[in-house]
Design a protein around this ligand. Sequence first.
Ligand code: FES
Length: 198
Amino acid sequence: MSEQDVDKSRRRFLTAATTVVGTIGAGAAVVPFVGSMMPSARALSAGAPVEVDISKLEPGRRVVVEWRKKPVWVLYRTKQNLEDLAKMEPRLADVESNSSRQPSYAKNKHRSIKPEYLVVIGICTHLGCSPQYRPEVGDLSFEANWLGGFFCPCHGSKFDLAGRVFKGVPAPVNLVIPPYSYTNGDKVVVIGEDGGAA
Ligand code: FES
């Protein structure tokens, strides 16, 4: 990749990150550390791992980065979010993620290495739209007693805050968990690299 190509890729990444951060949702503040999410030139090349600094991410907030041309969400779930995961189970199609391919370290109720941080590919498992992050709680137009999750506007699929799909929606399986790991005192998530732990 030439220097010019790297510059173009960097610009694309920053534009994407800024755009997505700006659409996190009503009431959510802009995440103030877009610059710290910049991947290295190595990470910008196709398939390389992408590092995400989560040291300033606040509970309830999400950052979006691009890995292998896909959006990956890193969501800092609140204590309440984690408690609510169990309440969602009667409404979910695959509580234990039996039908989803995912790393072994995500085979748990919260589908993550650390309970509070969800790392998931932000692509609907129906036909590939990007679901919206809907952290609100209450009766929403698409679901009564919503406890926060992800809603796909294309055909109405719903996922909880662990990316688990609801019953009776078009999406057949849970959202996909990518390989990832932590580094730098657990302040950085490395997406695309898990040292073979999967
Ligand atoms: S692409 Fe998400 S519901 Fe169809």
